[in-house]
Design a protein around this ligand. Structure first.
Ligand SMILES: Nc1ncnc2c1ncn2[C@@H]1O[C@H](COP(=O)(O)OP(=O)(O)OP(=O)(O)O)[C@@H](O)[C@H]1O
Ligand SMILES: [Mg+2]
Length: 158
């Protein structure tokens, strides 16, 4: 487990941008954290790092947005998904094509539906700081994700 400290939404976006710059095709980013934790802010940073020019907004009502950067970027939000059947209707597997980057907000709701190799990022309030303080807790699952985490941490020395 690796923990970033973020003091502001700008800093969360910047940390995530540096991840977006290095993620490889097929990377799955599984985000969790309570409402308003900063998952969408994080997704905006990843998109920036991938070179997405479009504005990234929350996909909670439509369940998914697709963006084009140096790789395709699929941005899911499981918040409004309540049943396995709804998940099936998304046809999730076809997005794990090994060529794109997939980010899922509220990933923990259906973590069994995600590939085992993934970077899990849980955003929690940092009780030791002010109201904008967050801890970004990163758990790399799979060897490739450990490599990405190492590279990411080298690029973020705040
Ligand atoms: N350090 C921080 N990192 C990220 N966001 C922060 C931080 N400090 C304050 N914020 C604010 O918290 C809010 C995070 O909103 P965001 O939509 O990203 O949350 P979310 O986790 O996606 O919520 P939801 O579960 O509703 O999708 C924004 O208003 C952002 O400006
Ligand atoms: Mg969100």
């Amino acid at each position: 487990m690796f923990i970033w400290k973020s003091a502001s939404s700008a800093q969360t976006r910047e940390i995530a941008r540096r991840l977006g710059e290095i993620v490889s095709a097929g990377t799955v980013l599984a985000l969790d954290g309570e409402l308003g934790a900063g998952k969408t802010v994080f997704a905006q940073g990843v998109a920036l790092g991938l070179g997405v020019e479009e504005q990234v907004t929350s996909p909670s009502f439509v369940l998914m947005h697709i963006y084009q950067g140096r790789l395709l970027f699929y941005h899911f939000d499981f918040y409004r998904l309540d049943e396995e059947a709804e998940l099936d209707s998304l046809g999730l597997e076809e997005y794990f094509d090994g060529e794109s980057v997939v980010l899922v907000e509220w990933a923990g709701k259906f973590s069994d539906a995600l590939p085992p190799t993934r970077l899990e990022i849980t955003i929690v309030l940092d009780e030791t700081g002010d109201e904008d303080a967050r801890l970004l807790c990163v758990n790399p699952r799979g060897d490739l994700m450990s490599v990405i985490l190492e590279e990411w941490s080298r690029r973020c020395c705040f």
